[in-house]
Every structure is written in structure tokens, then in C-alpha cells.
Design a protein around this ligand. Structure first.
Ligand code: NAP
Length: 270
């Protein structure tokens, strides 16, 4: 029987690539996003699309209901929708910080709540939470983004052992740098929020450090492949990492003291 997958943030980047890749590989794929016009290409490939804003409870409830009504089940949830609300902690408004957590954390958590009753009943399910290597270490100006991804890491660890006995696996994906729209959105936010404040000199350095790596970053197909590998593993690992600098950075974070890690991070801001 074909497995039914819901992927949020399917209008661009990792979500779009994963939706197309899983569709090609025999899954029944539902791709969700706010920008319905950006889902047309996936529709042409046979992906079923849903207009969903992960900060709007009614749209999430309706999305899950529509999938259950059409397929009778939901096997895999990929919580991928997310963005970086960058700027100095002093400068980002608390309203924007709340919105960051609404999208990156509460949206994912609410979909998990909505999917779990069906997954438990089926005694089968895979919840894939797209975190980041930024869920394990933090750079300047990403404070709220990192807070959201550290939260996803902890939430996933709690959830994993709550739902294991129901046949549901929880898998964290930790991408390193991946070429998508994410970088421009985060850097635009950083420049807009802190480009002209007490932090402007460090903002310029951070901007440069992002520009320097642009050509070295792999495309989202790397993560699409990793997600497929993770959901098809008999005994999936708790975490999978791939992408620019993912493995070395995670290794260094485990190895180094906080002080040395700070030195490594700040040495890149020239
Ligand atoms: N690219 C990287 O280097 C990188 C590294 C580590 C982790 N990640 C994570 O990977 C995930 C995917 O990001 P990406 O790199 O593919 O970025 P992207 O190209 O900007 O795509 C982000 C997706 O999230 C959706 N989204 C944003 N806000 C939303 C909302 N309120 N409701 C529903 N959907 C929303 C967007 O769709 P709409 O705007 O149409 O709704 C879009 O489809 C994110 O969680 C990101 O934090 C990315």
C-alpha cells in the first residue's frame, strides 16, 4: 500500500524538492504552503496540494481532515515549514520573536497533535521534524531562529519516547547550509532589523560570511534523499544530518568548550 505523506513548506526549497522526490518514488504526497500559486508545479507532477498557514489553526485542522477524508490515513508528517527571523536579540521585536516560534515550533507541534490520533490508531507513523545544525549551536543574529530549532530538538526528544510504543517514529533532520530561499530571507531580515543599529558592524561581517559560502552550498535534493532514507529505515536513527558544514560543525560542537566554539564561530566574521 502506498504511504500517505504530508509535507509543510512545499512551495519552495527543501519541502518542494522532497514532495517531488517522494511523489516520484511512489508515495501519495500532500504538499502544503500558504502561497497556493507556488504549488502549481508540484500539482503537475501529481502532488496533491493544500493551502495551509501553520500559524492558522483552522487551516491545519482542515488540511488533516481533508487528507483523512480522501485517503483514510496519514503515515508520514514532514514538519518543514520555517524561516529565519534574523536580527540582534535587542532589536527583534517580541512580536516578531513570537511569530518565529509560532511558525517554526507551534505550527509543527499542532500538526503533530492533529496527526498522532490517526498514527496511533494505525499503529504506524513517522514524524519528521526539520530542525537544523542551528538546533545544536548558535551564531549572532539568529537568536530567535536558534531558539526555535533548539526547541524542536527538545520537543522531538520528548515525543520520541512518548510515541514509540504506538509504532510511531520521531526523526530529526539537521540540515547544514542548503541552497534555497532561506538564506536571502534570513539575511534580508537581519539587514532590515539590525543593519542600522548598534550592531551594524557585526551585521556587515555576518553578511559577508554568508556571501562567501554561497557557491559552496549544495541543493535541496541532498535533504530530500536523506528524508527518504530516514523514513524508509527499519529502525530510523533519532537524527540525520547533511549539508554544508553539517558533519564538521556538529562534531566540533560535541568536542569543544563553549569558549572555543565561540572562537570558531567569530573567526568566520571578517
Ligand atoms: N536552507 C538551509 O540552509 C536550511 C538549513 C537548516 C534548516 N533549514 C530548515 O529547512 C526548512 C525549509 O526551509 P528551506 O531552506 O527550504 O527554505 P525556503 O526555500 O524559504 O522554504 C520555506 C518554506 O516554508 C514555508 N513557510 C514559511 N512560513 C510559513 C507559514 N507561516 N505557514 C506555512 N508555510 C510557511 C514557505 O511557504 P509559504 O511561504 O508559501 O507558506 C516555504 O515553502 C525550514 O524549517 C528551515 O529552517 C534550512
Amino acid at each position: 500500500m502506498k504511504k500517505v505523506v504530508l509535507i509543510t513548506g512545499a512551495s519552495a526549497g527543501i519541502g518542494k524538492e522532497t514532495a517531488a522526490f517522494l511523489q516520484k518514488n511512489g508515495y501519495i504526497v500532500y504538499g502544503a504552503a500558504r502561497r497556493a500559486d507556488r504549488l502549481k508545479e508540484l500539482e503537475q507532477l501529481g502532488v496533491k496540494t493544500l493551502a495551509m498557514d501553520v500559524t492558522d489553526d483552522a487551516s491545519m485542522v482542515k488540511g488533516i481532515q481533508d487528507i483523512i477524508a480522501a485517503e483514510g490515513r496519514l503515515d508520514i508528517l514532514v514538519n518543514n515549514a520555517g524561516f529565519g527571523s534574523y536580527g540582534a536579540v535587542e532589536d527583534v521585536t517580541i512580536e516578531d520573536a513570537r511569530y518565529q516560534l509560532e511558525v517554526n515550533v507551534f505550527g509543527a507541534a499542532r500538526l503533530i497533535q492533529l496527526a498522532l490520533p490517526y498514527m496511533r490508531k494505525q499503529r504506524f507513523g513517522k514524524i519528521v521534524n526539520i530542525s537544523s545544525i542551528g538546533g545544536k549551536f548558535a551564531t549572532p543574529f539568529g537568536g530567535w531562529y536558534h531558539a526555535s530549532k533548539f526547541a524542536i530538538e527538545g520537543l522531538s526528544d520528548s515525543l520520541r519516547n512518548e510515541v514509540k510504543s504506538f509504532g510511531v517514529d520521531v526523526i530529526v533532520i539537521e540540515p547544514g547550509g542548503i541552497k534555497t530561499e532561506w538564506g536571502d530571507i534570513a539575511m534580508d531580515s537581519m539587514r532590515k532589523v539590525s543593519g542600522d543599529t548598534a550592531y551594524k558592524n557585526l551585521v556587515a561581517k555576518m553578511d559577508n560570511s554568508f556571501k562567501e559560502i554561497e557557491d559552496k552550498i549544495p541543493g535541496p535534493e541532498l535533504i530530500a534523499n536523506l528524508i527518504k532514507k530516514a523514513i524508509e529505515a527499519k529502525k530510523p536513527k533519532a537524527r540525520y544530518a547533511a549539508g554544508y558544514m553539517a558533519k564538521p560543525v556538529l562534531f566540533l560542537r560535541r568536542l569543544l568548550s563553549d569558549g572555543l566554539m565561540d572562537k570558531v564561530i567569530m573567526s568566520r566574521m571578517k
